[in-house]
Write a protein that binds this ligand. Structure first.
Ligand code: ADP
Ligand code: ADP
Ligand code: ZN
Length: 217
């Protein structure tokens, strides 16, 4: 099974993807995570992407489709994939069609997390992750069970993204509205879109996604 999680910054794509990884053994392909890893490693891709990401703008279609193709090549066909944060433009959506078909994969669902943009700023400025294992948390909505200790790995080191500030978020939202939301009709025409209330609490959103995916995967 191959699915896309679609929604603006802070909609809960990463949170729900890691849930699916845990419950269904699928693989999460997050272009944001892969780009941040490239920036950290100082690769050619990372050097190109850093300033664009810090500004909240979109990295080039060629770069992100390239890294998605490479990541898929490393996976067995039987492993289900969750695309998190990709595609984000019409050109990426078309590239993904080619990337999937040349590898014998098909797209099963595009799950749109419907959210109230006004409330996303709070989600994003409160977001942080475990510096060791990457588990995601929130100052208000998803605190670790023991304050200051990662639930998953026990680490006490956490980090925040440089682009998770109120100003950059506005640019990221505008990019979503202008370039990403317009790709939904492509998938609607194919009958692939399923909508989920992304403002519900995390467990309810997971349950709604689970109901859509059913016994598949
Ligand atoms: P969010 O969690 O807010 O949805 P991501 O981690 O997916 O953000 O992306 C962070 C940044 O990485 C984006 O603002 C953009 O600069 C870059 N990026 C990630 N995925 C893509 C993509 N598919 N196309 C272009 N740029 C991307
Ligand atoms: P995205 O990957 O779409 O940018 P995340 O999954 O990183 O979004 O979620 C953004 C922040 O909001 C995180 O700190 C996460 O813990 C929190 N969060 C995610 N889903 C919900 C939800 N349904 N209700 C409240 N907070 C949430
Ligand atoms: Zn951890």
């Amino acid at each position: 099974m191959n699915i896309i999680l679609l929604g603006p910054p802070g909609a809960g794509k990463g949170t729900q993807a890691s849930q699916l990884v845990e419950t269904r053994g699928m693989i999460q392909l997050s272009t944001g995570d892969m780009l941040r890893a490239a920036v950290k490693a100082g690769t050619a891709v990372g050097l190109k992407a850093k300033a664009v990401m810090d500004a909240g703008e979109l990295v080039s279609d060629e770069i992100v489709s390239g890294i998605i193709g490479e990541a898929l090549d490393a996976l067995p066909l039987t492993t289900g994939v969750i695309f998190d944060g990709y595609p984000r433009t019409a050109a990426q959506a078309h590239a993904l069609d080619d990337i999937l078909s040349t590898r014998g994969r098909t797209l099963d669902f595009v799950i749109e997390l419907e959210v109230d943009e006004a409330q996303l700023i709070e989600r994003i400025v409160g977001r942080y992750t475990c510096a060791k294992c990457g588990a995601g948390y929130h100052d208000t909505f998803k605190k670790p069970r023991v304050a200051g200790v990662c639930d998953v790995c026990g680490s006490t080191e956490f980090k925040r993204r440089p682009d998770d500030n109120a100003e950059t978020v506005r640019t990221r939202m505008a990019e979503y509205r202008a370039k990403t939301a317009p790709i939904l009709p492509i998938y609607e025409a194919r009958g692939l879109v399923r909508r989920v209330d992304g403002m519900a609490d995390i467990a309810h959103v997971s349950a709604a996604i689970d109901a859509i995916l059913g016994a598949m995967g």
